[in-house]
Structures are given as structure tokens and as C-alpha cells.
Design a protein around this ligand. Structure first.
Ligand code: P1T
Length: 377
């Protein structure tokens, strides 16, 4: 089946009892049992819920994976992946990841004995030399949040597998519409479903997709054990969101290309980050491993003062955390998404006080351009 067909039908079929075409919201915490040990596959909603299962199947199909396991947020999903490992295990991490991921690794999980090595994963030599006999996981974000560096997923998977480590890719920015990490050799894909998969900025959720049965079984065990599960209504919203993923991503992409070209013509922008520019350092790689460049663009307007002016002047773009919704958002990574990353790290990555991040929505692009034009002026 094609991507759009899978997005609309994958993992779902009309409900047996009523014929309801859309998967119902099974808003229940528990299920009737007919006798001791006699139930219909559902005992308690932390363990299983039919709406959640439909979402898990749907996103697994879109990623080309066998198993999907849903969590209450992208961070809960990542936290659970790290619970597959033990104290002393080493993790190689893309040096520019979402600030919340950095915070989880450095401020929480480090205290439990996991060792994180922050590496420029765009440089395969650096990746290779970061491995030790204790390396168990490579955690990639590609493209990165917010400066859109692209790592060679297939090459890194090869290096990791030679070293008996597994690779997890945070595919939030690309979605399976543009990039399928499992097909490039990755073992685990993680998503913040809060973003493009849901696409309407009205829920928070996470998803992990794998092919390996044993990893899936452990992820499910942890899902039930820890209980960081999404509620049925949030699952239903995400499931409604994925139905239009293909058409939304096409429009996000088209609008972003236009905005990226428009920004290049504006004076006084120190740096613009967008993998679709043919002089982006990993432009060819981005073209090779994905079918689009997404809709995040970061631009350095030069100073905190100018960034503040731009952020206060926008009328259509909304100053807010998050990304990937139908509406255009604008944010200030240094103080918002990457607020918990030390200044020295931010400086190294280019997350300056003047950096502004756009999540280009699917409004009429002329309106978006006009808004940016007046705000930059
Ligand atoms: O917000 P949550 O659903 O827990 O997802 C965390 C997360 C994971 N991975 C990436 C690449 C992300 O961008 C995020 C969340 N990011 C934002 C809230 C943001 O504004 O960048």
C-alpha cells in the first residue's frame, strides 16, 4: 500500500459491534472479566487499550516497523529506551539534540550510572573513535533541533553494529513521510507524536518503533510497569492526525522551501539553517537519506535584542514552544527549548542569543512571508 493509504487505514478497521468507521475512544480504566483469568485480552488500561493499540499499529506501519509502543510524551518514550540499558553502559549522543533530551540524559539518567558521550555525529571519524567496549547505544537526532545538522544514519548503523551497539533515531523532525530510519539500518525509532504526527498542537505523546521482538517485549513491559502511557483521547487525536500526515507534510515542505528562499533575500541575517539549501554542509546526504527537508528553519538575527524585537513583532507566527503543527510557530531556542543546556555547549552548537527557530505551518505562504518581512523590518 502507498503511504497515504497506510496513514488512513493502517492498523485500523471499522469497529465490530457498531461498524463505526473511526476507531472509538475507549475511555475506560478497566475491563469486565468473566471469571478468574478469563478476560477478552484487556484487563486494565495501563496495560492495554484498543485506541492506543490502533495508534501503535498505525505508526509502526508508517515507519515500516513491526512493533509500536506508545508513551505519554516524547521524553517518556526516550526515557524508556534508556531503561533498556544498565549502569556503566555508554551512549553516544548527537551533540545537538533537543534540550529536553540533553537534560534527561545529563541531569537525570547520568545519576543512574549511564555514561553519555556527546559527539558531532555529522563526523563519522568522531563517531568511530567514540566507541569503547562499553558502548551499547548510539542516539541520533537527524536533522537536529534547532540547527538542523544531518547525520549519516546508514553509515553510523554500520559502525554501531560492528561494535555490537544499537542505534536509535529521533525521527520527530522528518516523520516517516520523509525518512524511515529502520530502512537505513536503525534498530529503534523514537517520536514526539506531539509534533507532526499529531500535527494540530492539541496533545502530548511519544512513540517507539522497533522490529526486534525482544526489544519490543521489554519496551511493553516497561510501558506497563512504569505507566507513562497516553490516554485514549490523546491516542485518538494522534490517530486522526496521522490520516492527513502526507498532505500536511507536502504543504509544510512546499511552504518551507518558499520561506527559506525568501529569507535568503532578506538583509541582516547572520546565518540561516535549512538542509534544503544546496550549500548546507550535509545537503547531499539529506537528499540521499530523506525525501524532503522538513519545515524547520533556524535563523540568526544577530543579537538577543533583535531576536526579541522579531519575536514580539510577528502577528501570524506565534511565539511558542513546540513545532510541527498546522500553524506556524516561532521560538527562541537559547532560552526556551535549550534553556537547560549550558551556555558553553550552546555556543559551540551555534545556539546563540540571536537564534530564532521557525516551524513553518501550512497557512498561505504569502501571508507567512508578509508576516516575516514586517517582523524582520
Ligand atoms: O515534548 P515531548 O513530546 O516530550 O517530546 C520531546 C522531544 C523529543 N524529540 C525532539 C526532536 C523534540 O523536538 C522534542 C520536543 N521539542 C520541543 C518541545 C521543541 O519545541 O523543540
Amino acid at each position: 500500500m502507498g503511504f497515504s493509504t497506510d496513514a488512513i487505514h493502517g492498523g485500523q478497521s471499522p469497529e465490530e459491534r457498531s461498524g463505526a468507521v473511526i476507531t472509538p475512544i475507549y475511555q475506560t480504566s478497566t475491563y469486565k472479566q468473566d471469571g478468574i483469568g478469563q478476560h477478552r485480552g484487556y484487563e486494565y488500561a495501563r496495560t492495554a487499550n484498543p485506541t492506543r493499540e490502533a495508534l501503535e499499529r498505525n505508526i509502526a506501519i508508517l515507519e515500516g516497523g513491526k512493533h509500536g509502543v506508545a508513551y505519554s510524551s516524547g521524553m517518556a518514550a526516550t526515557d524508556t529506551i534508556l531503561k533498556l540499558f544498565r549502569p556503566g553502559d555508554e551512549v553516544i549522543v548527537t551533540h545537538n539534540v533537543y534540550g529536553g533530551t540533553y537534560r534527561l540524559f545529563e541531569m537525570v539518567l547520568r545519576d543512574f550510572g549511564l555514561v553519555f558521550k556527546h559527539v558531532d555525529t555529522t563526523d563519522l571519524k568522531e563517531v568511530r573513535s567514540a566507541f569503547t567496549s562499553s558502548t551499547r547505544l548510539v542516539f541520533l537526532e537527524s536533522p537536529t533541533n534547532p540547527v538542523l545538522q544531518v547525520s549519516d544514519i546508514a553509515a553510523i548503523c554500520e559502525i554501531a553494529h560492528e561494535n555490537n551497539a544499537v542505534v536509535c533515531v529521533d525521527n520527530t523532525f522528518m516523520t516517516p513521510y520523509f525518512q524511515k530510519p529502520l530502512s537505513l539500518g536503525a534498530d529503534i525509532v523514537v517520536h514526539s507524536t506531539t509534533k507532526y504526527l499529531n500535527g494540530h498542537s492539541d496533545m502530548v505523546g511519544g512513540m517507539v518503533i522497533v522490529n526486534d521482538d525482544q526489544i519490543a517485549e521489554r519496551l511493553r513491559y516497561l510501558q506497563n510497569c512504569v505507566g507513562a502511557v497516553p490516554g485514549p483521547f490523546d491516542c485518538w487525536l494522534a490517530l486522526r492526525g496521522t490520516k492527513t500526515l502526507a498532505v500536511r507534510m507536502k504543504q509544510h515542505e512546499e511552504n518551507s522551501r518558499r520561506i527559506a528562499a525568501f529569507l535568503r533575500e532578506q538583509p541582516g541575517l547572520e546565518k540561516i539553517y535549512y538542509p534544503g539549501y544546496d550549500d548546507h554542509p550535509q545537503h547531499d546526504l539529506a537528499r540521499r537519506q530523506a525525501t524532503g527537508f522538513g519545515s524547520i528553519i533556524a535563523l540568526d538575527v544577530g543579537s538577543l535584542g533583535r531576536a526579541d524585537k522579531v519575536l514580539r513583532s510577528v502577528r501570524l507566527f506565534t511565539l511558542a514552544e513546540s513545532l510541527g503543527g498546522v500553524e506556524s510557530l516561532i521560538s527562541h531556542p537559547a532560552s526556551m527549548t535549550h534553556g537547560s543546556v549550558p551556555k558553553s555547549e550552546k555556543d559551540k552548537l551555534g545556539v546563540t542569543d540571536g537564534l530564532v527557530r521557525l516551524s513553518v505551518g501550512i497557512e498561505d505562504v504569502e501571508d507567512l512571508e508578509a508576516d516575516l518581512k514586517q517582523a524582520l523590518a
